[in-house]
Design a protein around this ligand. Structure first.
Ligand SMILES: O=C1O[C@H](COP(=O)(O)O)[C@@H](O)[C@H](O)[C@H]1O
Length: 249
C-alpha cells in the first residue's frame, strides 16, 4: 500500500445512513451550504471538486435551485472519463446539464478536465498545471479544496482510482491517468484528495454493501479497495442510503 501523506488521526469522520437518495441529497445539500457560507466568511472564494457517475446528479439539480454567490465559487472535477465533453459518459456534461448551465456561473469559474489532446498523459499534465496556477502552488505543494465530492463504485473505486492500478501509487503530482479496464481516465491523485478541508462520499445501492464492508473493515487491502486510501486531513463524510449501509453497524 502506498504511504499516505497524513496521519489519519487528524481527520474527523462522520458516517450517516439515511433512508434513501432523497435524504442523502438533502443532507449533502445542507452540509454544502454550511461549507460555502463558512468558507466565504473567512476567504473570498469557495472551491469544490465534483464527482461523476449517477449518484450526485440529484444534488447538482438541487444546487441549481439555490441562490448562491456563483461568482465566488470555483468548480473543478475530481475525475473525468476520456471522452469528448459532449459525450453521454462525460462527467462534465452531466454536471453542466444538471446544475452548472442552469445558473449564472462566470465561465472562468468552471474548470473542466481537458480530454481533447488525444493523449491522456498530456491532458492530465495540462490540468495539473491549471491547478498549480489557480492555487499559486510552489513545486511539491498540494492545494486545499474546500470540498471534494466523491462517489464509490461497486469495486470500491473512487474518483478514477481503480483497484490494482498504478494511479493509486502516485504521490508526487495532483493529477494522473486512471485506468478502467484498459480505458484511460483523468483523475485526482490520492494525496490531492487527502489535502481537502472536507471530503464527502455519496453512496447508494445494495451493490455497494460488500465493498463498503471492506472499506470500513479494520484491516483490508487498500489496493483492492481504493476508497480506503481516502483519509483526508479535514473532515470525511460518508452519506449512505439504507441499501448501501444495510450491513454496517
Ligand atoms: O465512473 C465513475 O464512478 C464513480 C461512482 O459512480 P456512481 O454512479 O456509482 O455513483 C464516480 O464517483 C466517478 O466520478 C465516476 O467517474
Amino acid at each position: 500500500m502506498p504511504k499516505l501523506t497524513f496521519e489519519a488521526t487528524l481527520m474527523e469522520k462522520f458516517i450517516e445512513i439515511l433512508a434513501n437518495k432523497e435524504e442523502i441529497t438533502q443532507r449533502a445539500l445542507d452540509i454544502l451550504l454550511v461549507k460555502i457560507k463558512d468558507a466565504l466568511q473567512s476567504r473570498d472564494q469557495f472551491t469544490i471538486a465534483l464527482a461523476g457517475g449517477s449518484t450526485p446528479k440529484p444534488l447538482y439539480e438541487a444546487l441549481a435551485q439555490q441562490a448562491l454567490p456563483w461568482d465566488k465559487i470555483h468548480v473543478f472535477w475530481g475525475d473525468e472519463r476520456y471522452v469528448r465533453s459532449d459525450h453521454p459518459d462525460s462527467n462534465q456534461r452531466m454536471a453542466r446539464q444538471a446544475w452548472l448551465d442552469q445558473v449564472n456561473f462566470p465561465p472562468t469559474h468552471l474548470h473542466p478536465m481537458p480530454t481533447a489532446a488525444n493523449d491522456p498523459k498530456v491532458d492530465a499534465e495540462t490540468y495539473n498545471r491549471e491547478l498549480e496556477q489557480f492555487f499559486h502552488l510552489n513545486a511539491g505543494e498540494f492545494p486545499v479544496f474546500d470540498v471534494v465530492l466523491l462517489g464509490m463504485g461497486d469495486d470500491a473505486h473512487t474518483a478514477s482510482l481503480f483497484p490494482h492500478t498504478e494511479a493509486l501509487t502516485v504521490q508526487d503530482r495532483l493529477i494522473t491517468v486512471g485506468n478502467k479496464d484498459g480505458q484511460p481516465r483523468i483523475t485526482f491523485t490520492v494525496p490531492l484528495i487527502n489535502h481537502a478541508r472536507c471530503v464527502m462520499f455519496l453512496v447508494t445501492g445494495a451493490n455497494k454493501q460488500e465493498p463498503l464492508a471492506q472499506v470500513f473493515a479494520s484491516e483490508a487491502d487498500a489496493i483492492a479497495y481504493p476508497s480506503r486510501l481516502i483519509q483526508p486531513v479535514g473532515e470525511l463524510w460518508w452519506l449512505l442510503d439504507a441499501a448501501a449501509g444495510a450491513n454496517l453497524t
